[in-house]
Write a protein that binds this ligand. Structure first.
Ligand SMILES: CC(C)(COP(=O)(O)OP(=O)(O)OC[C@H]1O[C@@H](n2cnc3c(N)ncnc32)[C@H](O)[C@@H]1OP(=O)(O)O)[C@@H](O)C(=O)NCCC(=O)NCCS
Length: 480
């Protein structure tokens, strides 16, 4: 019986890979005649380009980390096609690739997986988090706070030796935050509380790079996942759980978020979701992280700024809106009427369109069928998934060929997360957990040839106002 179950689980995992490879084939077939990529050759500085408001079109840096091919609808990390990474790789391996520029050997990968698992154990930071009203904070605000607290606990930057001595005597027990042990399987799970000693800072880097910065990147990769999990737990009135030794990064992240051991299918699909959110060109949060790092501030501040930029609804939050709209529609039978009204009201449909992709977003091509797989055995998800499929059909038939508007990454990710039991308000934190890999890789790359970012603005105000004493000024105007 047990053997049958694991055989069927293995089949499901094979199916995940096959679905991704089919999506790859479709992507290449459909865009075969589109022109070859732009912006992939070496540039001579200073570079001439046409810049729009919001720095649109500006070339700000050279990179070897990732490339978004908007016309063909493909995404490359360090030369590797996203479809291949999602089909064959893991988030740990992909993060290593982004950070170190090459795929790890088997030994390096095993060491890196263990390292990240250890980096998820951050009781000092978790304990500090408990001193804030995390349950009342927006999860992204709490995540940003958590990154700052990690900086406090994992670096020596702000430490005055005298204060350090005082604070360690006050907080002598700070390493011993209670943790819930894994549920024991009883009908009403029984939790025991155990003490835990914080991981000692590691100095061993599995790759060739070895520096305070790269060590901080490892801390952030594991730590942000752990903080995000802790935020989810605190919001449910529960204590954090520790990572399990036999789960992958994705599996542990899910486990630390829900307190429930994920199924192999959930673990694998979360892994794929983390891979495909890990990097995406010079988007707003990546740029924010790079700008902060370019001042030679530190990498914790840089990643905290990435989290802040990602929190905005124009960047990281569209998948929540998608789920809300699908609920508002109420079922596939209502899609035509709803979409007709949306068109009359000139309402943009969340989860469609993209500034760079003028073809089907490769990430949506992958997440769509995976949402379908999860829906197969989940009756609660089936109606919302069927509604999404119908909406995709309608929107693409109207806007696909004319406006090049197709589903983007956010269209199916919310359905995937919902089917794993993750509450909507945590969706953007999942994005952040994954994007730490891209933020860190791009910050490290930029710091190698750092130049502080300093664009200019065109001043359109007046130039020669006369300063008048306060009793001579008229209301609503500077001068009479
Ligand atoms: C992502 C987004 C901001 C990109 O904007 P953009 O590159 O400036 O594209 P534009 O707004 O200029 O769109 C071009 C045309 O497609 C239409 N369009 C774009 N996205 C659309 C959508 N989601 N629903 C309906 N029409 C859309 C626009 O109305 C516009 O039509 P027009 O030429 O008649 O004015 C935009 O597609 C959008 O708001 N999408 C919904 C929110 C979303 O899913 N965000 C997550 C992105 S990952």
């Amino acid at each position: 019986m047990k053997q049958n179950k694991s055989q069927s689980e293995a089949k499901q995992l094979d199916r995940v890979r096959d679905v991704i490879l089919q999506a790859k084939e479709k992507a290449y077939q459909e865009t075969d005649t589109e022109p070859e990529p732009e912006l992939t050759s070496k540039v001579e500085w200073p570079v001439h380009c046409t810049v729009g408001p919001g720095l649109e079109g500006a070339i700000a840096a050279e990179t070897k980390i990732g490339y978004v091919n908007g016309t063909k609808g493909t995404l490359i990390y360090r030369g590797y096609d996203l479809f291949d990474l999602c089909a064959y790789s893991t988030f740990e391996e992909t993060s290593y690739l982004l950070l170190h520029g090459r795929l790890p050997t088997g030994t390096e990968l095993a060491r890196f997986q263990n390292l990240l698992r250890r980096k998820m154990v951050i009781p000092r930071t978790q304990r500090l988090l408990f001193s804030f009203p995390v349950e009342e904070m927006a999860p992204m605000a709490a995540l940003r706070l958590g990154v700052n607290l990690m900086r406090q606990k994992q670096t020596f930057r702000d430490k005055d030796p005298l204060l350090e001595e005082i604070s360690s005597s006050i907080a002598a027990d700070e390493d011993s935050i209670p943790m819930e042990t894994p549920p024991t399987g009883e009908e009403r799970p029984i939790f025991e509380f155990t003490g835990h000693t914080a991981d000692k800072p590691s100095t061993a880097s599995p790759g060739t790079l070895s520096s305070e910065e790269i060590e901080s990147c490892y801390n952030l990769l594991g730590g942000v996942a752990s903080v995000a999990g802790t935020i989810g737990r605190i919001r449910e009135g529960r204590l954090p759980v520790e990572p399990l030794p036999d789960l992958s990064f994705a599996g542990n992240y899910l486990y630390m978020l829900t307190g429930r051991r994920p199924t192999p299918l959930e673990e694998r699909i979360m892994d794929v979701s983390l891979i495909l959110h890990a990097d995406h060109g010079m988007n707003a949060s990546t740029f924010a992280a790079m700008v902060v790092a370019s001042t030679l501030s530190d990498i914790y501040f840089a990643i905290g700024s990435g989290v802040a930029a990602l929190s905005g609804p124009l960047h990281g939050g569209a998948n929540v809106e998608v789920v809300q709209v699908l609920e508002e529609i109420g079922g596939p039978e209502n899609v035509s009427e709803w979409y007709q009204k949306a068109r009359e009201q000139k309402r943009k449909v969340p989860g469609f369109g993209h500034r760079v992709y003028k073809a089907y977003d490769p990430r949506a091509r992958i997440l769509g069928p995976l949402a379908g797989m999860l829906a197969e055995n989940n009756e609660e998800i089936q109606p919302i998934y069927a509604t999404a499929k119908k909406l995709e059909e309608e929107v693409v038939s109207v806007l696909g060929s004319t406006k090049k508007v197709f589903p983007n990454v956010d269209f199916y990710s919310g359905i995937v997360y919902r089917s794993m039991g993750i509450p909507e308000h945590l969706y953007t934190t999942i994005f952040a957990v994954s994007r730490v890999a891209g933020w860190c890789a791009r910050v490290l790359e930029y710091l190698d040839h750092n130049r502080i970012f300093r664009p200019r603005a065109i001043y359109t105000g007046t130039l020669h106002e006369e300063y008048l004493p306060v009793d001579q000024r008229s209301p609503g105007g500077q001068t009479e």
